[in-house]
Design a protein around this ligand. Structure first.
Ligand code: NCD
Ligand code: ZN
Length: 277
């Protein structure tokens, strides 16, 4: 038997459901799940009800985390296309600004080109602008990041070819980081028949060939992030199931399995789950 002592994982993309939907997950259960999975720090997304797009919402969420979280944490702000000035004033209180450029669970999609340009121009950091988007939206965000010299983080890269676009933008001088989810590395679209609604998430599972390409291009990836997005069983079994799967407790065992199989070095695993995030 081998004993490994590893630095704690940092998961840069989770959706604990508080406030708004604690029947799916709350801050205590979510941060306990994190610790159980070897994750000592999480970055929480803003698509709550109400969304984390104002000072009131951000400070309310901070108070909840201060009271209940048993892991380290950081909170993302969101942008709804309207509250630009308050969001800019809150930049130092958040780990970054999350933009939803395409539809997903929640109601935060922003596509208005002028609002996006103003945001890429004005966001002061220190955290990055982080985006949820399909391939065309990623291309648009990469162009905005280059144009305004804005630091960009691409969440849950949907397709391995997006890694090539990210690489090209980096070569051209853009400061871009990105993450891939465990389900895009360890599941493919052939699992949908077996998993039904439990295999539905955004971005969707990709073909076995594309999974292989994600592995081939893993050098271009900064972090593995779970996109932990729990829903209740009843919700998943509705006619229109919401997208999302939990992942806080499965990321580390999956990656260690890949290390055991020789598909990933232990050093690289640590850079994807600790140093990268
Ligand atoms: C996420 C959720 O449920 O909040 N769902 C998902 O499928 N990943 C939203 C998101 O990150 O797109
Ligand atoms: Zn997400």
């Amino acid at each position: 038997m081998t004993m490994l002592i590893l630095p704690g994982l940092v998961d840069a993309h989770v959706h604990l459901r508080e406030p708004g939907a604690p029947h799916k997950e709350d801050i205590l259960s979510g941060t306990r799940a994190a610790l159980a999975g070897g994750v000592v720090g999480i970055l929480d997304m803003p698509n709550n009800t109400p969304p984390t797009v104002t000072a009131d919402a951000l400070f309310d969420k901070q108070r909840r985390f201060q009271r209940q979280a048993v892991s380290d944490y950081g909170l993302f702000l969101g942008f709804d296309g309207e509250h630009l000035d308050p969001v800019l004033r809150l930049a130092a209180d958040a780990v970054g600004l999350k933009l939803y450029l395409d539809e997903t669970f929640g109601d935060l999609t922003t596509r208005e080109p002028e609002a996006l340009a103003r945001l890429f121009e004005a966001w002061p950091g220190p955290g990055p602008v982080a985006i949820h988007g399909e391939s065309p939206s990623i291309a648009m965000a990469l162009a905005l990041a280059r144009r305004y010299g804005q630091r960009l983080h691409v969440c849950h890269v949907p397709h391995p070819d997006d890694l090539l676009a990210i690489d090209a933008a980096r070569q051209a001088g853009a400061e871009v980081t990105c993450e891939v989810t465990p389900h895009h590395l360890f599941l493919d679209s052939t699992a949908l028949e077996r998993l039904g609604p439990y295999g539905q998430m955004k971005p969707p599972l990709v073909s076995p060939d594309d999974v292989a390409r994600f592995w081939e291009r893993l050098d271009l990836v900064d972090a593995v992030a779970s996109d932990h997005a729990p829903h209740s069983r009843a919700e998943k079994e509705w006619a229109q199931p919401p997208p999302g799967v939990p992942g806080l407790e499965t990321t580390l065992p999956l990656l260690l399995g890949a290390v055991d199989e020789g598909r990933l070095s232990l050093e690289r695993m640590q850079s994807l789950t600790h140093h990268g995030p």
